[in-house]
Design a protein around this ligand. Sequence first.
Ligand code: URA
Length: 239
Amino acid sequence: MRLAKYMALAGIASRRGAEDIIRQGRVTVNGETRSLPQEKVEPGDVVAVDGKIIDAAQPLIYILLNKPPGYISTVADTHGRPTVMDLVKDVPERLYPVGRLDADTRGLILLTNDGRLAHRLMHPRYGIEKTYRATVKGIPDRQTLEQLKNGVLIEGGKTAPAALRIVKAHPDRNETVLELTLTEGRKRQVKLMCAAVGHPVRELSRIKFAGLALKRLPEGQFRHLTEDEVARLHKLAWS
Ligand code: URA
């Protein structure tokens, strides 16, 4: 089998992406670097990418879930509450959530058994973008919006610059829908930021993560990422 196909089956990247990784000299077969895209592997060969052994027989799984409120984003809950794992019961692989959403937050969360990628997507050093829709109490003025954009003092220090836009103001209900894009992933960050400027969050959902969007995926449903989407995530995390 071609080495690039083997890597694609193991969920490392698309075949094209795998050929790039091979050309970069990051792949070894039985301990020897193989840098030509047409390289082949035989049954029993040990293939490693960046020094880590990969296995096409144990594919890496990448799932995008639209989390409903009321589910917690851990593998198991000590209080017996429903978890995001209950929503992907039919997937036989052991998966883990990439980062967390509060129990009452809805929206996009990734689940995977690819620990290396998950680590990079969560680590603040890699600045992965997360976009939230927050319905907040009140109508924030220009100065408050600037504060949210430039950084707000919350537990653990001032927040990093964020992108922000008003989706809609509802003066009748005394609330505003904001769209915030953060590159950090601090615990309860959106709620803490909005509360700190006097506009507590009434409802929160995550609509984008690392360039992936929820689009029309119904709440409580999941889908597997496409090969291209997985390749894009790898590119983002290793660029
Ligand atoms: N920020 C929050 O406050 N809660 C979440 O669930 C995610 C981001």
